[in-house]
Design a protein around this ligand. Sequence first.
Ligand code: AMP
Ligand code: ZN
Length: 112
Amino acid sequence: MLNNDCIFCKIIKGEISCAKVYEDGKMLVFKDIEPKAKVHLLAVAKDHFKLISEADEARAELIKYMLMKIPQIAENNGCDNGYRLVINQGEDAGQTVFHLHIHILGGEPLEQ
Ligand code: AMP
Ligand code: ZN
């Protein structure tokens, strides 16, 4: 299910443009508009939910599917020497978009 008031749902629906690098029926991957590394992609689930704690079986399968797809997508987009995956969860993590997404950061050595 998508949400009319969510920016990532609008991107999924094509109402807001993005620099898309991969899409299939379950996920969309595009470049972060404010990159925090040389390569900064966002893998966005095609289901509107905020937190991994909201994942039922189907959503857990969706997250698993995304994790299985990400290595090839990362390698194809300049992260062939490693990358970092980040899922911000809630206020203390600084989550700003409340639609589950996985940050893919790489393309250069990352600070620890
Ligand atoms: P967070 O919710 O903290 O995990 O991060 C949300 C990320 O979405 C931030 O890194 C933003 O730069 C990024 N972002 C917000 N709006 C857009 C957009 N329209 N296109 C691409 N990235 C976006
Ligand atoms: Zn959404």
